[in-house]
Design a protein around this ligand. Structure first.
Ligand SMILES: C[S@@+](CC[C@H](N)C(=O)[O-])C[C@H]1O[C@@H](n2cnc3c(N)ncnc32)[C@H](O)[C@@H]1O
Length: 300
């Protein structure tokens, strides 16, 4: 008999006895029971040895493993909360990646502060589900985090709701906005901000960099999607958000893109250095993603 066959009649008895429960709650109890009953292959390993690029979703059955977790306590706490509150929604890869990116950002924020560069707000561009910013707000209690994306997914809204239980609501904001400006100018940011973009695809990473340079703000960029032939306009259209070559002179109207990933990042770094930025490459664990390189730049 499989573990679920044993568990189901018990659950049915329990739920029918609890006649006052609503249908939603009964399902929740049922799913939590199933999650507990199913033992997945990863459950025979400690959390630190789970596959970090897995597209399996964080499940209710993962909760007790996170709670007994041998990985970073914050990663395990958030993993457990996600498994409890939002089972089967968030990919394991997204959990590990968001935590790794936030830790990387926090390391550099600490270093910059020790050198006298104050950052009060992290502006996370192309924030996706928003978990990077949530981890960062949990790691850095002095920081406000403003997250921008052209849409707000249901998961992003649910994760923000979940983050309220950590009392983050005053330091965590979301704005729906297109990162591409509607014309020649780059987007604007308040002084004291850090521009942070994780996997803003292709030219969106260049757009983030253009915005940081225009405002002379520190930048943490983990680029991805290096198209060899990206499309951008020679002249930006007024009133229409668009990619426009004049905003990214380091790409030489796409000639650099044709040379591949390393050439594109080298051109980004070189442009930042020419504009009086101190730049270093940093990395998150390559087991999480092949796009694990971060360009970390602070104005000097
Ligand atoms: C690959 S996802 C990265 C999400 C998240 N940063 C992460 O690492 O998981 C790219 C995100 O960029 C957003 N995006 C795409 N085009 C955009 C634009 N023009 N302005 C703002 N956000 C955009 C998408 O909605 C999506 O959430």
């Amino acid at each position: 008999m499989r573990p679920t066959d044993r568990a189901m009649p018990k659950l049915v008895r329990r739920t029918s006895a609890a006649g006052a429960l609503g249908a939603k709650q009964i399902w929740l109890v049922f799913l939590l029971g199933l999650g507990h009953a199913f033992s997945l292959p990863r459950h025979s390993l400690p959390v630190s040895r789970w596959r970090k690029n897995s597209s399996h979703r964080v499940a209710a059955g993962d909760v007790r493993h996170f709670l007994a977790g041998d990985a970073s306590p914050l990663l395990c706490e958030v993993g457990a909360r996600v498994g409890q509150a939002l089972p089967d929604k968030l990919k394991h890869k997204e959990l590990f990646e968001a935590h790794a990116v936030a830790e990387l950002a926090q390391r550099h924020l600490t270093q910059w502060r020790s050198e006298g560069l104050e950052v009060q707000t992290a502006v996370e561009l192309c924030a996706g589900c928003g978990l990077v910013g949530i981890f960062l707000a949990l790691l850095d209690r002095r920081l406000r985090v403003l997250q921008l994306d052209r849409r707000r997914s249901k998961l992003a809204a649910q994760l923000h709701e979940m983050a309220d239980s950590w009392d983050l609501h005053e330091r965590l904001g979301w704005r729906v906005a297109d990162l591409r400006p509607a014309g020649e100018e780059a987007a604007e940011f308040e002084p004291g901000s850090l521009v942070l973009a994780c996997h803003a695809c292709g030219l969106l990473s260049d757009e983030a960099m253009a915005a940081a340079v225009a405002a002379r703000l520190p930048l943490i960029l983990l680029p991805c999607c290096y198209a060899r032939n990206p499309k951008a306009l020679v002249r930006a259209k007024r009133g229409h958000p668009s990619f426009a070559w004049p905003r990214y002179p380091w790409l030489e109207r796409g000639a650099v893109n044709r040379l591949g990933r390393d050439a594109v990042d080298a051109a980004r770094v070189s442009f930042l250095e020419q504009n009086a930025y101190k730049v270093v490459y940093d990395h998150i664990d390559a087991e999480i993603t092949e796009f694990n390189r971060a360009i970390v730049a602070a104005p000097t």
